[in-house]
Design a protein. Structure first.
Length: 366
């Protein structure tokens, strides 16, 4: 009997550990994300399957009742994903419990898990506001589950002492397993976060905080294949006489000016996620789904914003600088290489005609 109980406990812990790992893998690899309907259904299905496996290796109690750690799955879903996944999972867990036999014990348990599915998200929201510690929140949620499971099973026991002993042990064991599962998930999430940070840094220009040439190349390939983007444009921005600025004021001040120009570009861009530093003093903006007049207006505003601003140097003095801008637009043909060459040619014309100018052209389809 004792051997069977220990094997069931080990099996439950092993299933939960594996499930925790897969659970993290199901979360999109993004810093900020919203689960799609497909991803939500996948999580619901996986959580329900895990609960079914836990029930297969449950400890048998009197009168057809079973005890296992499936409430941990529900608690983790409530805390990490939310009620949109937790409630349907609780309903499926209830239905799966009935596949082991329909009797008073299984019916009570099924009803109890549906109640937990609706109750735990409400309690969790209040606990998260009150406690700044996820482990405290999860322990309280587990205690609520164990109390309801114990009340549900009260009629099965003739000895009150045995009843208290079993559910006291269950509370301690499930709390420990819940903490271990949470530590495991948090460690995986931390590793994933570090990976995402490193991946993000690989796309960033460390000096200005803008995306770099590598990210720019990747983005334009994506735009070429994106049928939802009808037309696009490239704007190339180059700081006039930047070599003279570096030679006259030093490279530290040159870097300081680059950061200030980057800020102006992010403020003036149609989408500040589509601003890139592609060379020493050269920047590129992607403008999607705008008319040529709107594109030209953005370019003119950026040029004038730079010309009107007094740029701060490290010693507190201020200087005036200008930029030249080449704008290449396309209505239909999104050949980004051709667009880039055209923008570069327009930039060259702006430089040739005295600098501090915007030169634009619409690419003609061949």
């Amino acid at each position: 009997m004792l051997t069977s109980v220990l094997l069931s406990i080990i099996a439950n812990i092993s299933i939960l550990s594996t499930a925790s790992y897969i659970f993290v893998k199901l979360i999109p690899k993004k810093k900020v994300y919203t689960l799609t309907v497909k991803q939500q259904l996948l999580m619901i299905g996986f959580a329900s399957l895990t609960s079914f496996l836990l029930m297969l290796f449950a400890v048998d109690l009197p009168k057809g009742a079973i005890i296992d750690l499936r409430q941990i799955i529900l608690i983790l879903l409530v805390y990490y994903v939310g009620q949109k996944v937790a409630i349907p999972t609780a309903i499926l867990i209830s239905l799966l419990r009935l596949t082991f036999g329909v009797d008073p014990a299984s019916i009570r348990t099924a009803i109890m898990y549906i109640i937990l599915g609706f109750l735990l998200p409400l309690v969790c929201r209040k606990l998260v506001k009150q406690f700044n510690n996820k482990y405290v929140v999860l322990l309280i949620l587990n205690a609520i589950c164990v109390v309801l499971i114990a009340l549900n099973s009260y009629v099965l026991y003739d000895s009150f002492l045995v009843y208290i002993l079993i559910y006291s042990i269950f509370l301690v064991l499930s709390s420990l397993v819940g903490i271990l599962a949470t530590v495991f998930i948090e460690d995986l999430l931390k590793s994933r976060s570090l990976y995402l940070n490193e991946k993000e840094h690989a796309k960033m220009d460390f000096l200005t905080g803008l995306y770099n040439m590598r990210a720019f190349n990747k983005k334009w390939r994506k735009i070429e294949g994106d049928q939802t983007i009808a037309k696009t444009a490239l704007m190339m921005v180059d700081i006039d006489y930047f070599k003279w600025i570096n030679d006259s004021y030093g490279h530290a001040n040159g870097d300081f000016i680059l950061r200030q120009v980057a800020t102006i570009l992010k403020v003036g861009a149609h989408d500040n996620e589509l601003v890139y530093r592609v060379g020493g003093e050269e920047f590129c903006l992607i403008l999607n789904d705008l008319s040529y007049a709107e594109q030209k207006n953005i370019a003119d505003n950026i040029r004038s914003s730079v010309a009107d601003k007094e740029f701060l140097l490290e010693n507190g003095t201020r200087i005036k600088i200008t930029v030249s801008i080449g704008l290449a637009a396309s209505d239909q043909n999104k050949d980004m290489k051709k667009l880039y060459r055209l923008a570069d040619r327009c930039l060259y014309m702006a430089k040739n005609q005295g600098r501090n100018k915007v030169m634009g052209e619409v690419m003609v389809d061949e």
